[in-house]
Design a protein around this ligand. Structure first.
Ligand code: SAM
Length: 271
């Protein structure tokens, strides 16, 4: 077999079907929006990404799957204009709150999904198109090609490495099989077959997470698991208790065995 004969997009789709959790739907993201915003705005993730992005003041940026504005808000402080797109109304509501608080006049939001006709939503081409932790699509090749079509200068993707934010130890504690599904290496291979040789870096963080109390730590881990049963709940609590320590100033810290790792993938557009 030749490398060129490998259908990476199909392999990606097959690997995706085997993963140990269901794809999150709009209503799942709506439900998670407030806690996601609390945890991610001003987070290490957002700071590290901004350092890697090196925003240029002249840029217009389209942030696809922007969530509560993890990157869109700090980017808007440093670039000319940001369009923040998401299919979750609640995520956009969280974003709107932060935009108002920060009195940012150069950020607009669009309620749309990867699949929609972006032209119909009035979205123009932007200098830079970003998708951070948001490539939740059925056809990865098509999504990457769409980002390329909408970008004038550059595309930036933040994609999972291995299990990403999912902790295999939690699945082991519950007695569930763990199959993380595809990660960034499929993305890089699909890009390569599209004639794109992206630059690649890695971000590592979240070895420890701070929570207000044990209850919040338990809730903060339960999102990883679909349909947690009554029998599994004590096992999840035990997983948390074994990793929890009290902080000096109140609150608790949950320590994982390994940090969460993301791939930072970017490439320039050849006009
Ligand atoms: C893990 S969050 C990432 C948010 C933000 N980019 C960040 O890095 O913090 C994934 C986001 O993608 C959005 N999303 C998932 N599938 C989507 C789709 N098909 N179209 C548009 N947005 C989507 C979700 O609503 C959610 O806000």
């Amino acid at each position: 077999m030749r490398y060129a004969d490998i259908d990476w997009n199909m392999l990606w789709q097959q690997a995706r079907q085997k993963k140990s959790w269901k794809g999150k739907k709009k209503k799942d993201w709506d439900r998670r929006a407030a806690s996601f915003a609390k945890r991610n705005l001003g987070s290490d993730f957002s700071d590290l990404c901004l350092q890697m992005i090196h925003p240029d003041p002249s840029w217009t940026v389209l942030d696809v799957g922007c969530g509560p504005g993890t990157l869109a808000i700090p980017l808007a402080r440093q670039v000319k204009r940001v369009t923040a797109m998401d299919f979750s109304e609640q995520m956009l509501a969280e974003l709107a709150l932060r935009v108002k608080e920060a009195e940012l006049g150069n950020i607009s939001s669009v309620h749309a999904s990867w699949r929609d006709d972006w032209q119909e939503h009035g979205i123009e081409r932007h200098d830079v198109v970003v998708a951070a932790r948001s490539l939740a699509v059925d056809d990865l090749g098509a999504a990457l090609a769409k980002m390329v079509r909408w970008a004038k200068k550059e595309v930036i993707v933040v994609d999972r490495v291995g299990p990403g934010p999912f902790d295999p130890d939690l699945f082991a504690a519950l007695g569930r099989p763990f199959e993380p599904g595809p990660d960034f290496i499929f993305t890089v291979n699909i890009l390569f077959q599209m004639g794109i040789t992206p630059s690649l870096d890695y971000l590592e963080f979240d070895l420890q997470r701070q929570y207000a109390d044990r209850h919040e730590a338990i809730e903060g881990c339960s999102w990883m698991v679909d349909d947690l049963s009554e029998a599994e709940r004590p096992r999840l609590e035990q997983y948390v208790d074994e990793r929890l320590s009290a902080n000096q100033g109140g609150g608790v810290t949950l320590t994982r065995k390994k940090p969460v790792k993301w791939a930072f993938i970017r490439w320039k557009i050849n006009e």
